[in-house]
Design a protein around this ligand. Structure first.
Ligand code: UD1
Length: 418
């Protein structure tokens, strides 16, 4: 397995372009199953999860192509089974359930297993589709769904504003008979991007970005051309890369408006951020970083996908701060690895107490999930000496060309093949 070797201590300087959003591209690719004509997408990030999604589309009966950052898909003969071999490698595969039920009236999708950051059930996805008339059985490790008379619009109130659940239900409702109202829907920008894509295919969705979304079902959806939004989590990660190394970065194609909660906390810590015409300029303000208290919440709250990265930054802040994780019950796998670099972080239930230590010292560490890997890269960039990060396949699921982008702004980082 490849590893990353980072010689820390270089203040990053220059310009980094943000890639297309993984978490928008994944549901959008699954929504291609709904289209009766060809779909062509631009700004699709070249990531392992995207390749897995394209493979899944192939298995489900779509012809796909992926060149540069452009992907195309056309459905030629849909099939209803998403096999375990693929679903187990990527939880987001469960997003094919809504489209398959809507188009075929049946679907068999392997039940995604647990993963490193918590149990992550899909009960809310299923409950919502049941309200629309689907019936499910869980047998042989598969979710087997049917709705012989087709899906019918319904009023659905989610217990929790689940991102994937909202996306699955939006896709199912787009081709259902009648109107669906989704209450307590997720407000994440990626949900908005999916809804805008569905509308470009002919869906009638309003209210995306608020917690009440209305979908007027239509009988068919057509192909379209669509550009995937830029990745706010990648952008936020590079903002922290500038701050943690004491450098200055221009973040190009930065969806700054979607990063309010992150920029609020970074400014509170003493990071200087300025939105310019084409980029966001980031550097550490004069004076030390100050530690703050962070609570992860559904959007527009502080994103759980930035929690591990801000923890790395807080290791360099003055004083104590806390990070409370309210979305996933077990998302602190990076803590022990940061401690290996000299961090002072203590866990109490879902709260991490971070005492700034001023410096970290390079060491071998192990990545455990995608955002944990990002936090170790950030810590390694700022640590004294050499940090070696193993199991970086996690990183390749979510960050396009990370070593190239970081070495382009001065980082001493290299990938060593196994
Ligand atoms: C998506 C993102 C992930 C991000 C997360 C929260 C993608 C591909 N992934 O994941 O990067 O960290 O949103 O912003 O977009 N839950 C249930 N029942 C359900 C569904 C969810 O209990 O049916 C719980 C989960 O266990 C978790 C919480 O709700 O504790 C949030 O999950 P959800 O919003 O669904 O996240 P994902 O869509 O899996």
């Amino acid at each position: 397995m490849d590893k990353l070797i980072i010689e820390g201590g270089v203040p990053l300087q220059g310009s980094i372009r943000v890639s297309g959003a993984k978490n928008a591209a994944l549901p959008i690719l699954m929504a291609c199953l709904l289209a009766e004509g060809p779909v062509s997408l631009t700004n699709v990030p070249r990531l392992a999860d995207i390749r897995t999604s394209l493979k899944l589309l192939n298995i489900l009966g779509c012809e796909t192509a992926f060149e540069g950052n452009d992907a195309t898909s056309v459905c030629t003969g849909l099939k209803s089974e998403a096999p375990y071999d693929l679903v187990k490698t990527m939880r987001a595969s469960v997003l094919c359930l809504g489209p398959l039920l809507a188009r075929l009236g049946e679907a068999q999708v392997a039940l995604p297993g647990g993963c490193a950051i918590g149990a992550r059930p899909v009960d809310l996805h299923l409950r919502g589709m049941e309200k629309m008339g689907a019936k499910f059985e869980l047998t042989g490790g598969y979710i087997r769904g049917v709705c012989p008379g087709g899906l019918k619009g319904a009023k659905i109130t989610l217990d929790f504003p689940t991102v994937g659940g909202t996306e699955n239900l939006l896709m199912a409702a787009s081709l259902a008979q009648g109107a669906t109202t989704l209450e307590n829907a997720a407000r994440e920008p990626e949900v908005v991007d999916l809804a805008n894509f569905l509308n470009a295919m002919g869906a009638k969705i309003t209210g995306q970005g608020t917690s009440v979304i209305t979908v007027e079902g239509v009988s068919t959806l057509k192909g379209c051309a669509y550009r995937v939004m830029p990745d706010r989590i990648e952008a936020g990660t590079y903002m922290i890369a500038a701050a943690i190394t004491g450098g200055e970065l221009e973040i190009v194609d930065c969806p700054f408006a979607d990063l309010d909660a992150v920029s609020y906390k970074l400014r509170e810590m003493g990071v200087w951020l300025q939105e310019m015409d084409d980029f966001v300029l980031v550097r550490r303000s004069d004076g030390p970083l100050r530690n703050v208290d962070v609570t992860t919440l559904p959007h527009p709250g502080f994103p759980t996908d930035m929690q591990a990265q801000i923890m790395a930054l807080m290791c360099f802040g003055k004083g104590a701060g806390t990070i409370e994780e309210k979305i996933f019950e077990n998302r602190f796998m990076h803590v022990l690895e940061l401690v290996r670099l000299g961090a002072d972080v203590r866990l109490k239930g879902r709260t991490a107490m971070v005492q700034g230590v001023g410096k970290l010292i390079g060491a071998p560490v192990m990545a455990s999930d995608l955002r944990a890997s990002a936090s170790l890269v950030l810590a390694g960039l700022a640590a004294e000496g050499t940090t070696t990060i193993e199991r970086i396949y996690h990183l390749d699921r979510g960050y396009e060309n990370i070593e190239a982008k970081l070495s382009g702004v001065g980082a001493r980082i290299k990938r060593v093949p196994a």
